[in-house]
Design a protein around this ligand. Structure first.
Ligand SMILES: Nc1ncnc2c1ncn2[C@@H]1O[C@H](COP(=O)(O)OP(=O)(O)O)[C@@H](O)[C@H]1O
Ligand SMILES: [Mg+2]
Length: 1073
C-alpha cells in the first residue's frame, strides 16, 4: 500500500492533526472523503487511527505489508491498522507494559475486520516456535467459531458481531504469544427467536442445515431447508429501522425475512471451517456433537406450537417435537413437556403446578431457546478460554483487543440499544479519562501551561444510567423486583420521578410541547454524548428480568449432556437470591471491563462506515456517489458520536509526544530478566548522542540535559516544553526529525564502536601473536644452540678420533685406528665406486692409500678385466674382422710407413664401394668369386708412365683392374700369382703389385690409391700375402717391364707429394716418416 499511499498522500493529510482548519468539521470530513475516494481508508488523529470501511478488498494486507510495518517508526509509514498493531506490540515489548486496542464504530464499520487484521499481524510478526505456532493457530481459529455462533447477517453487515468481545493476548518475555483470554458481552439472544426482516439468525443455524452431511442431519432429526424452521424462517414487517437505513426501499433487500441465503456467505464452506476450528481448539467429539445437538434442539423448539384446551390452558400441538428436543438435550421427555406448559408455584410453602396460557407457553418456549443458546455461547467462550489458557506462572504482558458494538440509534430502540449505548457511553468515558483528562492532568502536574480544551464530559450520562439507587438500571431493577403490578409503564413513571430533572433525560410528560410531538407516551429519550436516542419502554422489564421458569431450569439441569448440565448448574436452583438482572449484570461486567482497560495503555481504532448500503465503488453506477458511497450525513454523524473532533482538538492543543527526561536522553529500553522476572533497564539507544554537550555523558540533571539537547537540535519555541519530569513535543514532525537524526547518528556510532572494537581486537590479536613469536623464536634459538653444541661436541670427538687414527694408521689395526681405517677404506671404496673407468682405454684409477695399495691394484685389474670382457662381448664378427685387418695393417705398416698413424683412426671400408662397380665389371668376374673390396686407383703404365684411372676390385681369388670409364678389364692378377707388394716408407700412396709377366700376363702394376694402407692391408689379408709386403726405405722400387726390362720408381723426400715421370721411370716425392 505504501507506494500507492505515499504517491497519493497529496490527497489530504494523513494526520488530521496537520489540518489547517482543525476546528472545522467540514474540513475534517473533506479530508477523509478525499482520501477515501483515493482508497486511502486510513487517517490518523495523532496516534488514533480512523478507518473508513472500503467494502472491498484492497490489496494492502499482504505479508509484504506486514513486513513493511514491522519495527518502523509509527509516523514513518502511511497510516495503517498494522502501524497501530506494531506500535502496540513494540510498546508492550520495550516498556514491558500491558496494552489494549479499542476498536469502536457503528455496526458494519469494520471493527471485526480490523481486529482480525491486528490479530493476524500480531501472530505473524511476533516471535515464534512450535509451541507458539500452536497457540497462534488457536487464537486465530477462535474467530471462525465465535463468528459462527455469535455473528449474524443484519441490514448493516452480513457478518455482524452480535456480542461484544474483549480478547487478551498474552505474550512472554520474548514477545511470543503464549495464551489468550476472551470476555464476551451481552449476546443478542433475542435474535435466536426473532429477526428483523431481511436479517438472519446466527450463522451456525444455517451452517448446520447447509453443511451437515446426511448422517449428522438425520441424527439431529433435521431436514436441509431453513424454511422448515420457524426460527430461521421469520416473516414479519420491518420493525428495526435505523436512521441509517433510510434507503432500504431503493435496495434489493428481500424484505420478506426469508434471507437464508446470502450471496456473500457460503454456509457450507463456513461449516467445514467451524468443524476444523473446533478440532484445532481441542473440543472433544462428544462436546462438538452436543453443540450441534443444542443448535438443532433450538431449531426444533422454534417449531413447537401450542393450542388451547377447554380450560384455556396451553397444550403442545405436536408432542413428537418435544420428544426430539428431549433426545437432543439429553433430558426427560415428560419433564420437558410438563415444564413447557406448566410452572410450579409456591403458595403457603406448598408447591403447585400451574398450567400456562398459550401466550405464556410461547414465552417460556422462546425463553428456553434463548437461555439454551445464550448459555451454550457462554460455555463455548469459557471452553475456548480453557483451550487458550497458558498455565505458566511466568510474568506475561498482554495486548487486549476490544471489538464491541458501536452506538445504535434505530427508529425504535429498546432495551438492547439502551445497553449498547450505555456501553458506548462508558467507552467514551474511558477515552475521556485516558486521553483528555489524563492529558490535562499530566500537563498540570508537569507544570506546563495548558490551554483548556472544551470538551463534553459524558460522566453525567453514565451516572444517569448506572448510579446506585438513582440510575436507570437500579430503577429498572427495583421495578422488576418489587411486588405488585410492576409494568414497563410504572417503570417509566418511576424514572420520571427519580431522574426527571436530569438534563439528559426527557419523556413525553416532561418535555415541552414541541418535544412532546417527537416522544411517544411509552418512550423516554436520553441525550447521549453522541446524540439523542428515544427508547421505547416496552419489554424493558421482561428483558431485564430475562425470566426462565424454574421448571425449565430444573429440566435442563438434570440433562445427561455435559454442556447443558454445566450451563444450567444445579447450584443455581439452590440459590435463594434472585438472579442478577440483565441490566445489573451488564453494568457489573462493563465496570470490570473498564477496570481492565484502565490498567492498560490504550490505542484506538475508530471505524467509520461510508454508507449504509455496504457499497464499494463497484456499485457506483447504479446510485449516485454522494448519497451512497460516501454519505456525508452518515459520516458526519459518526464523526460526532465517535468524538473525533474533540479528539482532534485535544491533540492540537496538546503535545503529540511526551517522555521522561531520562528516557528522552537515554531512551531507556526495558529488558526483562528471564531468571528473576525483575526488570533491568539498559540504555540501548540515546538521543543524547545527538548533541556534543550531552554525549557521551551529561553530568547535570536530566532536565537540564534535555534543555541543552533541545536547544542544540534547534527546537523552536512553541514546539516543545520542558515539564518537571517530562519533555513534551508538540508536533510529530519535530520528533521524526530527531528520530531520523538519531537513526543516522546510530549508524555513525555503530561505525565508531565497530572500528574501535576492531582496532582493539586487532591489537589484542597482534600482541598475542607478538608474544607467541617471541616465545617461539626464543625456544627455537635454544633448540638451535643445543643442536649446534651437540654437533660441535660430536665433531670434536670425531676430529680427535680422526687425528689419532691418522697418527696410528700405519700400525696394525687397533682400537685407536680401527675407525679411521674403516673410514679410509670406506671412503676409498666409495671413491673407486664413483670414479671407475668406463673404457678399456682409460688407464686411470683412484690412487689407493698406503694400507690399501694391494687392494687398489687388484681392483684395477679386476675392473680392467671386467671392462675388457664387456668390450669383447660387445664386439661383432664384422667388427672383429675389421679389427683383425687393423691388426694386420699394424703388423705391416706400424713404424714403417708415414701415414700409417693417421690411418689408424679411420676404419677400413668393409664392403666394396658399390658405386664403382659397373655391371660390366662384375660380369667379368668369375662366377663363384666373391667381390670383397673395391676402390678407385690410378694406374701408371710401365711404359711411358701414363696415369690411368682404374677401379680395383679384390675378390677371393684375384685382383682386378678395370678401366674406370668403360669398365673393361685391364688386368687380372690371381692371388697365387702375386709375388709381392711394394711401397715406400714415405707418406706417398704409390705401390707396386708384383706379378710374373709373360706374353699373356701384364706383370707388375704400379698403382696409386688414396687409401694406400687400406688397399694394401685388404690385399694382404684377402690374398694372404702379408709376408710379401715390402716397404722400401729411402730407396727405389724396381718393377718389371715387358720384354724383361725393368723400370724404377725413385723416392725423394720432400714436403709435397708428387708423382712425376723421369728418364728411368717414376719419381715420387713425399714427406718422410
Ligand atoms: N478493511 C476492510 N477491507 C475490506 N472490507 C472491509 C474492511 N473492513 C470491513 N470490511 C467489510 O465490511 C464488512 C463489515 O465489517 P465488520 O468488521 O464485520 O464490521 P463491524 O464488526 O464493525 O460490524 C465486512 O464483512 C467486510 O466485508
Ligand atoms: Mg463486528
Amino acid at each position: 500500500m505504501e507506494g500507492a499511499l505515499t504517491a497519493r498522500d497529496r490527497v489530504g493529510v494523513q494526520d488530521l492533526v496537520l489540518l489547517e482548519d482543525y476546528q472545522s468539521e467540514t474540513a475534517f470530513l473533506n479530508n477523509i472523503k478525499k482520501r477515501f475516494k483515493e482508497k486511502l481508508i486510513y487517517t490518523y488523529i495523532g496516534s488514533v487511527l480512523v478507518s473508513v470501511n472500503p467494502y472491498q478488498q484492497l490489496g494492502f494486507y499482504t505479508p509484504y505489508h506486514m513486513e513493511k510495518y514491522q519495527g518502523v517508526n509509527f509516523y514513518e509509514m502511511p497510516p495503517h491498522v498494522y502501524a497501530i498493531a506494531d506500535n502496540t506490540y513494540r510498546s508492550m515489548r520495550n516498556e514491558s507494559s500491558n496494552q489494549c486496542i479499542l476498536i469502536s464504530g457503528e455496526s458494519g464499520s469494520g471493527k471485526t475486520e480490523a481486529s482480525k487484521y491486528i490479530l493476524q499481524y500480531l501472530s505473524v510478526c511476533s516471535a515464534s516456535n512450535e509451541q507458539v505456532e500452536y497457540i497462534k493457530s488457536r487464537l486465530l481459529q477462535s474467530n471462525p467459531v465465535l463468528e459462527a455462533f455469535g455473528n449474524a447477517k443484519t441490514h448493516r453487515n452480513d457478518n455482524s458481531s452480535r456480542f461484544g468481545k474483549y480478547m487478551d493476548i498474552e505474550f512472554d518475555y520474548r514477545g511470543a504469544p503464549v495464551g489468550g483470554h476472551i470476555l464476551n458481552y451481552l449476546l443478542e439472544r433475542s435474535r435466536v427467536v426473532h429477526q428483523a426482516s431481511g436479517e438472519r439468525n446466527f450463522h451456525i443455524f444455517y451452517q448446520l442445515l447447509e453443511g451437515a452431511d446426511d448422517v449428522l442431519l438425520s441424527r439431529l432429526m433435521l431436514t436441509k431447508s431453513p424454511d422448515k424452521y420457524a426460527y430461521t424462517n421469520q416473516v414479519s414487517s420491518p420493525k428495526y429501522n435505523s436512521i441509517a437505513i433510510l434507503y432500504d426501499n431503493d435496495l434489493k433487500y428481500t424484505i420478506d425475512g426469508k434471507c437464508a441465503k446470502v450471496s456473500s456467505i457460503c454456509d457450507r464452506r463456513d461449516f467445514v471451517a467451524v468443524q476444523k476450528a473446533l478440532k484445532v481448539l481441542d473440543f472433544s467429539p462428544k462436546n462438538i456433537d452436543e453443540l450441534f445437538c443444542i443448535v438443532a434442539s433450538v431449531l426444533h423448539l422454534g417449531n413447537v406450537t401450542f393450542t388451547q384446551n377447554e380450560d384455556g390452558h396451553a397444550v403442545v400441538e405436536r408432542q413428537h417435537e418435544i420428544q426430539k428436543i428431549a433426545n437432543l438435550l439429553g433430558c426427560q421427555y415428560e419433564q420437558l413437556l410438563q415444564a413447557l406448559t406448566h410452572r410450579t408455584i409456591e403458595a403457603n410453602k406448598e408447591k403447585m403446578q400451574s398450567p400456562l396460557t398459550v401466550e405464556q407457553a410461547l414465552y417460556a418456549r422462546d425463553a428456553l431457546s434463548k437461555a439454551i443458546y445464550g448459555r451454550m455461547f457462554d460455555w463455548l467462550v469459557s471452553n475456548l478460554n480453557r483451550s487458550l489458557t497458558n498455565k505458566d506462572l511466568m510474568r506475561k504482558n498482554v495486548i487486549g483487543l476490544l471489538d464491541i458494538y458501536g452506538f445504535e440509534i434505530f427508529k425504535s430502540n429498546s432495551f438492547e440499544q439502551f445497553c449498547i449505548n450505555f456501553c458506548n457511553e462508558k467507552l467514551q468515558q474511558l477515552f475521556i479519562e485516558l486521553t483528555l483528562k489524563q492529558e490535562q492532568e499530566e500537563y498540570r502536574a508537569e507544570g506546563i501551561e495548558w490551554e483548556p480544551v472544551e470538551y463534553f464530559n459524558n460522566k453525567i450520562i453514565c451516572d444517569l444510567v448506572e448510579e446506585r439507587h438513582q440510575g436507570i438500571i437500579d430503577i429498572l431493577d427495583e421495578e422488576c423486583l418489587r411486588p405488585g403490578d410492576a409494568s414497563d409503564n410504572t417503570f417509566l413513571t418511576k424514572m420520571e420521578e427519580t431522574v426527571g430533572k436530569h438534563p439528559h433525560f426527557i419523556t413525553h410528560a416532561l418535555g415541552n410541547s414541541k418535544l412532546r410531538k417527537t416522544i411517544g407516551y411509552e418512550e423516554f429519550r436520553l441525550v447521549h454524548y453522541a446524540g439523542e436516542v428515544t427508547y421505547s419502554v416496552k419489554g424493558f422489564l421482561d428483558k431485564n428480568n430475562d425470566l426462565l421458569y424454574r421448571d425449565l431450569k430444573v429440566a435442563m439441569s438434570e440433562s445427561k449432556h455435559d454442556i447443558i448440565k454445566q450451563a444450567f448448574p444445579v447450584t443455581e436452583l439452590a440459590r435463594l437470591k434472585r438472579p442478577e438482572t440483565v441490566g445489573s449484570q451488564f453494568r457489573t461486567s462493563l465496570n470490570r471491563l473498564m477496570d481492565i482497560l484502565m490498567s492498560k495503555e490504550p490505542s484506538y481504532v475508530r471505524c467509520i462506515k461510508p454508507n449504509d448500503a455496504k457499497m464499494s465503488g463497484k456499485h457506483f453506477s447504479i446510485v449516485s456517489y454522494n448519497t451512497y458511497r460516501f454519505d456525508e450525513t452518515l459520516v458526519r454523524h459518526q464523526v460526532k458520536y465517535l468524538g473525533l473532533m474533540e479528539n482532534l482538538r485535544v491533540r492540537r492543543a496538546g503535545f503529540a509526544y511526551r517522555r521522561t527526561h531520562e528516557i528522552f536522553l537515554n531512551r531507556l529500553v526495558l529488558i526483562q530478566s528471564v531468571q528473576s522476572y525483575t526488570h533491568v533497564y539498559t540504555d540501548v539507544t540515546r538521543y543524547k548522542s545527538l548533541c556534543p554537550s550531552t554525549w557521551p555523558h551529561y553530568d547535570g540533571s536530566p532536565r537540564k540535559g534535555v534543555d541543552v539537547l533541545c536547544k542544540y537540535l534547534d527546537y523552536k519555541e512553541g514546539e516543545y516544553r520542558l515539564g518537571k519530569t517530562k519533555v513534551f513535543i508538540r508536533f510529530p514532525r519535530t520528533l521524526f526529525a530527531t528520530e531520523d537524526a538519531f537513526q543516522i547518528r546510530k549508524h555513525e556510532l555503530a561505525t565508531i564502536i565497530q572500528s574501535v572494537f576492531r582496532g582493539w581486537r586487532q591489537k589484542k590479536m597482534f600482541m598475542k601473536m607478538r608474544d607467541a613469536v617471541t616465545l617461539l623464536s626464543a625456544q627455537w634459538k635454544k633448540v638451535l644452540a643445543i643442536r649446534l653444541r651437540e654437533k660441535r661436541k660430536k665433531a670434536t670427538v670425531n676430529i680427535r678420533k680422526f687425528i689419532l687414527g691418522f697418527m696410528t694408521r700405519l700400525q696394525p689395526r687397533c682400537a685407536e685406528n680401527t675407525e679411521f681405517l674403516d673410514y679410509v677404506r670406506y671412503s676409498y671404496l666409495m671413491r673407486v665406486k664413483n670414479h671407475l673407468p668406463t673404457s678399456v682405454l682409460d688407464k686411470s684409477f683412484e690412487h689407493a692409500p698406503a694400507a690399501l695399495e694391494e687392494t687398489g691394484a687388484l681392483l684395477q685389474k679386476l675392473n680392467m678385466k671386467n671392462l675388457t670382457l664387456k668390450y669383447v662381448k660387445s664386439v661383432t664378427p664384422q667388427r672383429k674382422a675389421a679389427m683383425e685387418e687393423k691388426v694386420l695393417a699394424s703388423a705391416i705398416f706400424r713404424e714403417k710407413k708415414k701415414g700409417y698413424d693417421e690411418s689408424v683412426g679411420n676404419p677400413f671400408q668393409e664392403k666394396p664401394r658399390v658405386e664403382q662397380l659397373k655391371p660390366k665389371m662384375l660380369a667379368m668376374i668369375d662366377a663363384g668369386e666373391q667381390t670383397l673390396y673395391s676402390c678407385s686407383v690410378t694406374k701408371y703404365d710401365r711404359h711411358g708412365y701414363h696415369p690411368r684411372p682404374r677401379t680395383l676390385i679384390l675378390t677371393s681369388t684375384a685382383t682386378y683392374l678395370f678401366d674406370a670409364k668403360d669398365g673393361k678389364l685391364k688386368q687380372k692378377i690371381p692371388h697365387q700369382e702375386l709375388t709381392g707388394i711394394s711401397t715406400s716408407s714415405l707418406g706417398d700412396n704409390v705401390f707396386v703389385l708384383h706379378a710374373p709377366s709373360d706374353k699373356k700376363e701384364k706383370g707388375d702394376a704400379i698403382v696409386q690409391s688414396t687409401f694406400v694402407i687400406e688397399t694394401i692391408t685388404k690385399l694382404a689379408s684377402i690374398a694372404k700375402k702379408d709376408k710379401e709386403v715390402k716397404i722400401v726405405e729411402n730407396s727405389s722400387i724396381v718393377h718389371d717391364m715387358a720384354g724383361g726390362k725393368h723400370g724404377r720408381i725413385d723416392y725423394v723426400v720432400g714436403n709435397d707429394v708428387s708423382v712425376t715421370k723421369s728418364k728411368t721411370g717414376l719419381v715420387v716425392v713425399a714427406p718422410a716418416r
